[in-house]
Design a protein around this ligand. Sequence first.
Ligand code: PLP
Length: 438
Amino acid sequence: MMNGKPVRQRSAALYERAGRVLAGGVSSDARRGPGVPLYVDRAAGARLWDVDGTEYVDYVLAQGPMLLGHSAPAVVDAVAAQLGRGQAYAAQHPLEVEAAELVCRLVPGADLVRFNTVGSEAVIGAWRIARGATGRQKILKFEGHYHGWLDAALWSLHPAVDAAGPVDSPVPVPGTGGQQRSSAGDLVIAPWNDAETLTALMAAHGTEIAAIVMEPVLCNTGCIAPVPGFLDTVRELCRSYGCLLIFDEVITGFRLAAGGAQEYLGVTPDLAVYGKAIAGGLPVAAIAGRREVMDVVTRGEVGHAGTFNSNPLGMAAAVGNLTAIERDRDTIYPHLYRLGGRLMAGIREAAAQAGVPMLVDGPGPVFQTYLTPAAAVRDYRDFAATDRAGMGVLHRELLARGVNVVPRGLWFLSAAHTDDDVDRTLEVVADALRALRG
Ligand code: PLP
């Protein structure tokens, strides 16, 4: 330790080596930091250890997947049992049937499933299914909602507000250089949580729209639930214009409830996409939906493929993970909500004591800390008005004290977190907030 902060010599040396062989020194832009990123040595339960031996209470959880905690026996044992039996078949096997049966039992709107490897490709697959089922081209997407990094989806995530267009008719804003710009023509962009604007946009484009897609609780731009009545409007608009509703449950799936946001919100979409927490850390994604919609795949009218789809290691992990979730759901979810609630209340109190204007909001198993005096954040434009640079500083202050949160201020809880973890975290938060205030 130096000045109370851990020395990260091995991490720094690795980062320097990485910069010579990995573009930007990392394997995903989400891991670019200011400064030396975390170099993980191992992870267990709610803890991470970096290569310099520093221990962290982990609220990143691999950006969400580790619902049971790191190295959960239910997942490790299932993968270990499969390892010596082959790592890839690109053929059918019993575990994929079992995994699909579990998804269909847990998820209210899942009659039929297809597996993929990562969320980004499953989103595009669901959009293709929606287009095939409706014979329409356009997708309506909300500002600030993230649906993966592929060209067709990476629009209007975090645009500069003055580039985003008027709030009642936002324009598609590309997410990266090099993006195929023509895909914007297939999108209609809407502000989140604004029923009036959505209704007007549907009046203009509704008959061309194959599907409305959303993160049912927005978790990539703050953590913003739909305001009361908004989903009723969405459902009614889908019904009257004959378009489908797609929930992107890559974060919310198996996290907000065993049945994900569908169960949490009591709304059943036509199609849903899963990733992250479905397989306890192995790369597995799924498209799950209503039989009549998924039947375009059954009949071979809409193609769906992938060498690694239903990979046996991933399926073993999914079966181990989902079996534990199904068995223990009555303890896992109350635990996540109780600890999340404690943490949120404690952070609010610490911020008030430190005199730092902070809003803490979210369901509990995932939540957001915003640096803002505002009483609520309802959409991307509200989020853009919060102090995001300050949140980045707070993230670094927390990390330096052994608490790892998503840099933009998102926190994930796992079944492995304990009251002791929360106590320790709240002490660190109080200290980090004092340092932030200066
Ligand atoms: N959809 C949502 C809501 C996500 O949060 C993510 C990833 O963070 C994706 C899709 C893309 O998933 P993946 O990173 O597995 O491609």
